[in-house]
Design a protein around this ligand. Structure first.
Ligand code: AMP
Ligand code: GLY
Length: 440
């Protein structure tokens, strides 16, 4: 089938590889020249992914029959509504359904209205004065979130990033003064535990689970530093994570099914991959956020393992016919993102980067290109994450070792990597943290 793939990051490269393996003829649209995507595409268009008119004209001209949309920004602009209007089914949500991600207030209110488990206390403000008055009345720690999209970088947590009433108010004032996210602020109860990602394929009614993944949002080793889009992630061979039980995972899946049911009831049925980010607390999984797409880096882990025909899965999501489970190889994966030095604060971009792809493959790993671009015939880094290396093996330890071996074949003089992701020490520490909380 002719498939449109929108987006130029690591997540989209992973999706394009999976589509390519299932025989799709790929027509890609992205703003940066991602060499991995270009290599698998019949044709590609370099343009702003939010330029819906251009994307639709390209799709129509090429006669595409199905669309995969990677990033959230074009979803927020209504790319799916526009493509469906010209008869192209999409494995992604409409503008109304994408509100589950694009408006944190919509998500929290939907979950509250439908009495769905896993919600956290929250309050929404459209001015700093009201937020300050509320902040004076509460006696628990909170998390400050701009309501709109911020590329995963706008969230600050009391006790981690904000250490006093004053620091909290300074950040709230900054959000309003600089109009970060563009839609006010949410103050959310802080959940304590271990985070995990449960993604599901959705066809409007049914959900089909993907393996659990744990992402690492903090910029620096040891889980410190600013929040980022995600520095790397791992999956285990049993598709669970070392600190979570099957029962707790089922609770997370039940929450996602209830959200899908609620959206259908509200007249905005959800189709596409849905991303549930949860905090596993002593009182079960709590919703941190719901996204209207694959996670990035998480997509690179799970799409490296998908056994089914991904084109068929996308078509089933798009057409409401997802009537069976999807197979994933029973292997562990460890993904580490190579990012430009300074990423998370101020990236040093524009440096040449190169990868010995054969050596990466020989080490039991896969490379997915992300925010890189071609300049004067050379591959250079952008300001966001450069490329992901995914080590794959029977155990987490071997997968981590494979990833590290592959990283030796990436060359760039201004790069950073969180080498602790997927290591025994870090995985153990997270397990210990959960055990301590459970026994307290
Ligand atoms: P988000 O962009 O909503 O995924 O938030 C980024 C990071 O902030 C998450 O990965 C969590 O580590 C943290 N975070 C967000 N919301 C909460 C919350 N309610 N309680 C504790 N941590 C949170
Ligand atoms: N890895 C976090 C996200 O994709 O939102």
């Amino acid at each position: 089938m002719k498939v449109l793939a929108v987006g130029g990051g690591g997540r989209e490269h992973a999706a394009v590889e999976a589509l390519f393996r299932s025989g799709s003829e790929i027509y890609a649209v992205m703003k940066n020249a991602n060499p991995g995507i270009i290599a698998r595409s019949k044709e590609h268009l370099l343009c702003d992914e939010k330029d819906i008119d251009k994307v639709c004209a390209f799709a129509k001209e090429k006669g595409v029959e199905l669309a995969f949309i990677g990033p959230e920004a074009p979803l927020e602009k209504g790319i799916v509504d526009a493509l469906e209007a010209i008869g192209i089914p999409c494995a992604a949500p409409t503008k109304a359904a994408a509100r589950i991600e694009t408006s944190k207030t919509f998500m929290r209110e939907l979950v509250a209205k439908h009495g769905i488990e896993g919600n956290l206390g929250f309050a929404h403000f459209d001015n700093a004065g009201d937020a300050e008055a509320y902040l004076r009345t509460i006696d628990h720690e909170i998390v400050v979130k701009p309501v709109g999209l911020t590329g995963g970088k706008g969230v600050k947590v009391q006790g981690e990033h904000l250490h006093s009433f004053e620091e909290t108010m300074d950040y709230i004032n900054e959000i309003f003064d600089q109009n970060i996210g563009g839609a006010g602020v949410i103050l959310e109860e802080r959940a304590v535990g271990e985070e995990f990602t449960q993604m599901v394929f959705v066809d409007g009614k049914r959900i089909v689970p993907l393996p659990l993944v744990q992402d690492h949002k903090r910029a620096y080793e040891g889980d410190v530093g600013p929040n980022t889009g995600g520095m790397g992630s791992y999956t285990d061979a049993d598709h669970l994570l070392p600190f979570i039980t099957q029962d707790e995972r089922s609770q997370a899946l039940a929450i996602l099914q209830s959200i899908v049911d609620a959206m259908a009831e509200e007249g905005c049925p959800y189709r596409g991959t849905m991303y549930g980010q949860f905090m596993l607390t002593v009182n079960g999984p709590k919703i941190i956020e719901i996204n209207a797409r694959f996670g990035d880096p998480e997509a690179m882990n799970v799409l490296s393992l998908i056994g089914d025909d991904f084109e068929d899965v996308c078509l089933r999501m798009a057409t409401g016919t997802l009537d069976r489970n999807v197979e994933f190889a029973r292997k562990a994966t460890v993904c580490k993102y190579v990012v430009p030095r300074g990423y998370g604060v101020k990236s040093e971009s524009g440096h040449e980067i190169s990868v010995d792809e054969d050596a990466v493959r020989a080490s039991g790993s896969v490379v997915y290109y992300a925010n890189v671009d071609m300049k004067d015939g050379k591959l250079v880094t952008g300001t966001s994450r450069s490329l992901g290396i995914v080590g794959i093996a029977d155990t987490l330890e071997e997968a981590e070792a494979n990833c590290e071996a592959a990283l030796k074949h990436v060359r760039c003089d201004a790069m950073a990597v969180r080498h602790d992701i997927g290591t025994r020490a870090l995985v153990q520490r997270r397990g210990d943290h959960m055990r301590e909380l459970r026994s307290a």
